[in-house]
Design a protein around this ligand. Structure first.
Ligand code: SF4
Length: 911
C-alpha cells in the first residue's frame, strides 16, 4: 500500500500530469477528505474566528444548515452559516456530504448570500395599477392575491378547458412538485424553457434509447469528448468540472469541440474549432475510422443494437449477418472521410485524424457530452447528439465505467404521497400538430402561435422564467403579454424583478435557495443521489426549539415558498365541488390538509437505503436529510441495461429508427449528416454574412438571475462581440470600436473584442448580459441599463440605452461603491425564432451582417421589426408543416417521453 504522503517530486509530477493521480489510489473518486470539514455532529455549534476582526481573535458561533444551490440545475450542496447572534445567514460554503458537489461550489453558490440580501428584492405581493406593462404597482395582501387568482383559475377550469391555465417554468429545481399540482387541477398546463436549451440534444439521444440525456463518467474516462460551449458555464458545471479534472489528473485526454475557445477548451489536449453545425460530419468520420480499423466493440454492437432491423428494412435481399452489416454500414458512411470532415469543419485534416485516433482507441472509457451548444444552435442540431452517441455505441462505452450512461439511471424519481390522474386533454399551443417529434413544448414560438390564432390563455404563470429577456424575439413576448385577450391574467412567481415580471398582473415573491423546500437529484456523476433544498432559517428555528408552521414565518418580508403557495392556491380554487382538495390531504392524519414536512417525510421514507442510514444515527428519514442535506443511493449505476434492456420499441439501441421513417423522415433512418445547418457556409451570402454564436455565457452568470448578485456582476458585466483578427482587419475595426450587427429581424450595436479565441467567419456574443429596465421599473441595478422603448410604427420597436450602471444609496454600503458603468447589450431580442422542424428546438445561431453604425446609432441601441419576425417564423414553421405525418393518427410517437403526459387517448388526433 502506498504511504499516505506524496513526495515533493511526486506532487509536482502529479500536478503536471506527468504521472497519474496518486491520491486516487487511496480515495475513491466519489469521496472527500472529510477531515477538512466540520463534523456534522457539531454543525449546530460551530465556532470560527471572525475574519473581519483580524488581528484580534474573536470567536463567532454558527449553526451550519445544509441546503442546495438554486443557481443552475446541478443543485450542489451548500452549508448556510447561520450566525447565532444575529439569527441570520452570514455566508454559504460547500456541503462535503453532498455526493454530487463534494464540498465544492462555483462562484454562483456562495453568491446566494447576495441574492437573499439584495436590497431591491421583492418582499411583498404586488398587483399592477394601470395598463399591463405601464409599470404601476400596489402592494396587496397574500389573501387578496390568492383569492383573486384562485377565482380566475376556477372560472377557467369550470369551462372544462384543459389548456388555458398554464405554468411556464424557467429553472425547475424540484422533482415533480408542480407537475402533481397541475394534474390535481386536471390541466395539460406544463410549459418549460427546454426548447431553447436542451431539446435538440434530447431528441438525438431519445432516438437511440428513449433516455434523453447523457451522464458521462468523466472521472474514470480515458478520453473525455465534449461538444459544448456550455459545459463549464452551465448545467453540471461544478460537478462535471471537478470530475473532468480528476480524469485528466489520471491521464485522460480532453477533446473539446467548440468554435470558441471556452475555459474548458483552453485546458484541452485537442481543441477543434469546428464550423458551427459541422460536428456530425466529424463524428461520422470518426465512426468510420472505428469501423475501418476494427476498433468497434463487437459484443456490444452485435447484441445491443438493432442492426438486424436496418438490414431487414433497407437490405432485405442481403444476408442478415453481423459481418455484412458492418460492410453495409461502411458503404453507407463511405463519404465521411477525414478530408470531408476537415472541409466541412474547416479544420486541418491532421487534427481530424489525431483526435479521431484518441476517440477510436478509447474503448469502453469514452465519456462524451453535448448539451446546449451545437445541438441547440443549428438546424438539424439534434443529429449532433445522435452521431456523438454513435461513437459511444461503436466503442461499447454505453453504461460502462469511464463511459457514458443514460442520465435516468443516475436520477432518483421521488415517490409522491398522491398521484392525481393524467390530464384529460392535449394542449396544442404547447405541442402543435406539425411538430410531431418535438421533444418538449414549443415554448419559444408561443407568442407566434397565439398571434397565429392557435389559442389563448386564461391564467399564465411564469415561474423563475424571463422569456422577454432570455428568449429570442422578446418584443413578440411583450406584445403577447400586453394583450389581455391573449393572456387573461399573468402571474409572475419570482424572487427578483425581471423584464417579464414588468408585464405581469401579479408579482408574487418566492424564496431563494435557502428559503424554500425542494427535492433534487441529477446525473452529475456515475452514482445516484438525492438532496434536500431546505429553508435554512426554518431548520435553524427547529434546532433552537421553535416550531415553525409555514416557511414564510422565517422568510424576509412576506416571501413565500412555492410548495406552500401551490398547496394554498389549490385549496382555494376548489369550491368543494371540483375534487382538487382530495389531492392535498395528509397521508398521516385522516381528513386533514398535508403539510410540507409531511410531503417530504413521505418521500424520504421511500428512498432506498435512507431510512436504514437514518436509523443508524437515531433519526428518521426526514431528520437525516435535515441534518446532512443529501444521501448517496448508489455509488455507481453502470450496465443497468443488462437487467433492464433499453426502453425503445426494439428493446435495443436504435441505430435504425423506424420512428423516423414512420413520421415522415426516412432519410434520417440511421445517423447521417444530411441536414446542413442554416449557418452552413453554403447558406451564407459569401463572406459578407457571418455566423453569430450567442449561446454561451460567462461562467459566473445565472441565466437571468445574477443581476442582483453584486459579486458576480463585479466579475463580469459586459458582452462585447468576439471577432477574429482576420475579420476585424477585413472590417477595419479595432478593439472597443462599435459594430452594428444585423439579424434577420433587426439589429443591435455592440463593442468589438478582437481575439483569436473565436473562429474566423464566426462572431460571438455572450447572453446573460444586457439586462434592462425602463424608467418606471425597478430592481437589478447592479447589471441593468435604463432604457427607453419606442414604438416606431409598422410593428417596429426601438430600444435605446438612457444610462448605464451606476452607484446608489441603500442599506448595503456596496451599492454606493459600484464602479462599473457598462451593463452590456440585449442581443437576444433581435434574434429571429428558428424552430427546428424535427426536434422543435430553437436554433440559436443567427446569420448576421456586420457594419459600422451610423452617427445616430449608439452603443446598446436595438431595433426589431415584429412583423418581419412573424413572417420569418412562418417560413420556419412551414418546414414542419410540409413534412407533417401522423401514422395511425398518432400526434407523436407513443413511446417517446412527454413531460406531464396526458391520458393515452389524447396522444391520437381526434377523428
Ligand atoms: S454549479 Fe450550479 S448548483 Fe453548483 S454551485 Fe455553481 S451554480 Fe450552484
Amino acid at each position: 500500500m502506498r504511504p499516505m504522503k506524496k513526495t515533493f517530486i511526486e506532487d509536482i509530477a502529479q500536478r503536471l500530469r506527468i504521472i497519474p493521480n496518486l491520491d486516487r489510489e487511496h480515495s475513491s473518486s466519489e469521496s472527500v477528505d472529510l477531515r477538512k470539514y466540520p463534523d456534522p455532529e457539531n454543525w449546530h455549534d460551530h465556532i470560527e474566528l471572525d475574519a473581519n476582526e483580524w488581528p484580534k481573535r474573536v470567536e463567532r458561533r454558527y449553526s451550519l444548515v445544509p441546503t442546495t444551490c438554486f443557481n443552475c440545475e446541478s443543485a450542489c450542496g451548500m452549508l448556510a452559516y447561520v450566525d447565532k447572534e444575529s439569527g441570520q445567514v452570514a455566508k454559504f460554503e460547500g456541503n462535503p456530504h453532498h455526493p454530487g458537489s463534494r464540498g465544492r461550489n462555483c462562484a454562483k453558490g456562495p453568491a446566494t448570500i447576495n441574492q437573499i440580501n439584495d436590497t431591491e428584492r421583492i418582499l411583498y405581493p404586488m398587483k399592477r395599477v394601470g395598463k399591463r406593462g405601464e409599470g404601476g404597482w400596489q402592494r396587496i395582501y397574500w389573501d387578496q392575491a390568492l383569492d383573486e387568482i384562485a377565482a380566475k383559475i376556477r372560472t377557467s377550469l369550470k369551462t372544462e378547458a384543459k389548456d388555458r391555465v398554464v405554468y411556464h417554468v424557467g429553472r425547475p429545481g424540484n422533482e415533480g412538485y408542480v407537475e402533481r399540482v397541475l394534474k390535481a387541477w386536471g390541466v395539460d398546463g406544463h410549459n418549460s424553457h427546454t426548447n431553447i436549451c436542451s431539446a435538440g440534444a434530447r431528441t438525438g439521444y431519445s432516438l437511440w434509447h428513449k433516455h434523453d440525456r447523457p451522464s458521462p463518467d468523466h472521472s474514470n474516462a480515458k478520453v473525455i469528448l465534449l461538444t459544448s460551449s456550455h459545459l463549464e458555464t452551465g448545467h453540471y458545471f461544478n460537478p462535471h468540472a471537478q470530475r473532468i479534472l480528476e480524469g485528466m489528473m489520471d491521464g485522460a485526454k480532453l477533446i473539446v469541440i467548440d468554435p470558441r475557445l471556452s475555459n474548458t477548451a483552453s485546458m484541452a489536449d485537442h481543441w477543434l474549432p469546428t464550423w458551427p453545425g459541422s460536428e456530425s460530419a466529424l463524428f461520422l468520420a470518426w465512426a468510420k475510422m472505428i469501423l475501418e480499423r476494427d476498433l468497434y466493440d463487437r459484443d456490444f454492437v452485435e447484441n445491443w443494437v438493432n442492426w438486424e432491423d436496418w438490414l431487414e428494412a433497407d437490405y432485405p435481399d442481403e444476408p442478415s449477418t453481423f459481418e455484412r452489416f458492418i460492410e453495409l454500414l461502411l458503404e453507407e458512411y463511405a463519404e465521411y472521410t477525414p478530408e470531408f470532415a476537415a472541409a466541412e469543419c474547416r479544420i486541418p485534416v491532421e487534427q481530424v485524424i489525431e483526435a479521431g485516433e484518441a476517440v477510436a482507441n478509447a474503448g469502453s472509457r469514452l465519456s462524451t457530452h453535448v448539451w446546449r451548444s451545437a445541438a441547440i444552435g443549428n438546424l438539424g442540431g439534434w443529429q449532433v447528439a445522435r452521431t456523438l452517441h454513435l461513437l459511444n455505441v461503436l466503442t461499447g462505452s454505453v453504461g460502462t465505467e469511464g463511459g457514458t450512461s443514460p442520465n435516468s439511471w443516475s436520477k432518483f424519481s421521488p415517490e409522491l404521497f398522491d398521484e392525481p390522474p393524467a390530464p384529460d386533454g392535449w394542449n396544442e399551443l404547447h405541442f402543435p400538430l406539425e411538430y410531431t417529434l418535438s421533444h418538449y413544448e414549443m415554448s419559444h414560438i408561443l407568442p407566434h402561435l397565439v398571434k397565429d390564432g392557435r389559442g389563448t390563455m386564461d391564467v399564465y404563470f411564469t415561474r423563475v422564467f424571463n422569456p422577454v429577456w432570455t428568449y429570442p424575439d422578446g418584443f413578440s413576448w411583450i406584445g403577447m403579454l400586453e394583450d389581455e385577450e391573449s393572456v387573461g391574467c399573468h402571474v409572475a412567481l419570482t424572487p427578483t424583478w425581471n423584464e417579464t415580471a414588468f408585464f405581469a398582473d401579479y408579482v408574487l415573491p418566492m424564496g431563494h435557495a435557502s428559503e424554500r423546500h425542494d427535492i433534487n437529484s441529477y446525473a452529475t456523476s456515475a452514482g445516484k443521489w438525492v438532496a434536500f433544498r431546505q429553508p435554512v432559517l426554518r431548520e435553524y428555528a427547529r434546532r433552537e426549539g421553535r416550531e415553525v408552521e409555514f416557511t414564510r414565518e422565517v422568510n424576509p418580508g412576506e416571501v413565500w415558498e412555492e410548495d406552500e403557495f401551490w398547496n394554498e392556491l389549490s385549496w382555494r380554487i376548489d369550491d368543494g365541488t371540483m375534487g382538487i382538495r382530495e389531492h392535498f390531504m395528509s397521508p398521516y392524519r385522516e381528513g386533514e390538509r398535508i403539510t410540507v414536512d409531511e410531503y417530504y417525510q413521505y418521500t424520504f421514507e421511500r428512498v432506498p437505503g435512507l431510512p436504514e442510514a437514518a436509523a443508524a444515527e437515531g433519526l428518521d428519514a426526514l431528520g437525516y436529510m435535515r441534518k446532512h442535506g443529501a444521501f448517496l443511493i448508489e455509488e455507481a449505476t453502470y450496465s443497468k441495461h443488462e437487467q433492464e434492456g433499453w426502453p425503445t420499441p426494439s428493446g435495443k439501441q436504435e441505430l435504425y429508427s423506424p420512428t423516423m421513417v414512420e413520421f415522415g423522415y426516412p432519410e434520417h433512418a440511421i445517423p447521417h449528416y444530411r441536414i446542413r445547418s442554416h449557418v452552413h457556409p453554403d447558406n451564407l451570402q459569401g463572406e459578407d454574412e457571418y455566423c453569430l454564436l450567442p449561446n454561451f455565457r460567462l461562467p459566473q452568470h445565472i441565466h437571468s438571475r445574477s443581476a442582483n448578485s453584486k459579486w458576480l456582476v463585479e466579475i463580469g458585466h459586459r458582452n462585447p462581440i468576439w471577432i477574429h483578427p482576420k475579420d476585424s482587419a477585413k472590417l477595419g475595426v479595432a478593439e472597443g470600436d462599435l459594430l452594428k450587427i444585423e439579424t434577420e429581424i433587426g439589429w443591435f450595436v455592440d463593442k468589438v473584442w478582437v481575439t483569436e479565441g473565436i473562429k474566423p467567419g464566426v462572431v460571438g456574443c455572450s447572453h446573460h448580459i444586457g439586462r434592462w429596465r425602463r424608467a418606471q421599473d425597478q430592481g437589478n441595478r447592479f447589471l441593468s441599463n435604463e432604457v427607453s422603448i419606442e414604438d416606431i410604427g409598422d410593428g417596429k420597436k426601438r430600444m435605446r440605452t438612457i444610462s448605464g450602471v451606476g452607484p446608489w444609496e441603500s442599506d448595503d454600503p456596496d451599492t454606493n461603491r459600484v464602479w462599473w458603468r457598462d451593463g452590456g447589450v440585449h442581443q437576444n431580442i433581435t434574434h429571429a425564432v428558428q424552430p427546428d422542424p424535427i426536434s422543435g428546438a430553437h436554433c440559436w445561431l443567427q446569420k448576421v451582417r456586420l457594419s459600422r453604425p451610423s452617427a445616430d446609432e449608439k452603443y446598446g441601441d436595438v431595433e426589431v421589426d415584429t412583423e418581419k419576425s412573424f413572417e420569418y417564423y412562418k417560413r420556419w414553421n412551414q418546414m414542419a408543416k410540409q413534412r407533417e405525418t401522423h401514422p395511425r393518427g398518432e400526434r407523436r410517437p407513443l413511446w417517446m417521453k412527454r413531460p406531464l403526459s396526458p391520458k393515452k387517448e389524447h396522444w391520437f388526433i381526434p377523428e
